[in-house]
Design a protein around this ligand. Structure first.
Ligand code: HEC
Length: 116
């Protein structure tokens, strides 16, 4: 009998774990996950901070919670060097390494982060 109870408890534990991780996974859109990886891999976090929430310098903008469409427009403007405001030159090379899909993924990720 104790053996059976242990089996039932183990099964319940496994089921609960699957449901919990499933819920966590479902609540984070796939695009936002790869956007996070890109944001970190491409070196964006070095200046804008983790999740774009804690910039390295006061003059560097916070990106966490920013509108996704706006971010994509800005990244394209940096890539084509049409945006020249302030320290935009720092962004030209950074944006140039991103294609449209990557810009969208990063933008969605940043929009989903808490901040601003
Ligand atoms: C060397 C530091 C640095 C790095 C690395 C960097 N940025 Fe920036 N970023 C800046 C600065 C400075 C600005 C503000 C430019 C200005 O003065 O107008 C900026 C602006 C931006 C903006 C516009 C924000 C707004 O409110 O208009 C976005 C979006 C952005 N960066 C995204 C990124 C992404 C994505 C990456 C990685 C691919 C990245 N940045 C890497 C320094 C950096």
């Amino acid at each position: 009998m104790p053996h059976l109870i242990r089996r039932i408890l183990q099964t319940a534990l496994v089921a609960a774990t699957v449901v919990t991780f499933g819920a966590l996974y479902m609540s984070t859109p796939a695009a936002a996950q790869s956007g996070k990886a890109l944001f970190n891999q491409k070196g964006c976090a070095a200046c804008h901070g983790p999740g774009g929430a804690k910039p390295l310098q006061p003059a560097y903008p916070k990106l966490a919670g920013q509108n996704a469409d706006y971010i994509v427009v800005q990244l394209k403007a940096f890539k084509t060097q049409q945006r020249k405001s302030g320290q935009s030159a720092l962004m030209w090379g950074m944006a140039a390494q991103l294609n449209d899909k990557e810009m969208t993924a990063i933008a969605k990720y940043l929009a989903s982060e808490k901040g601003i």
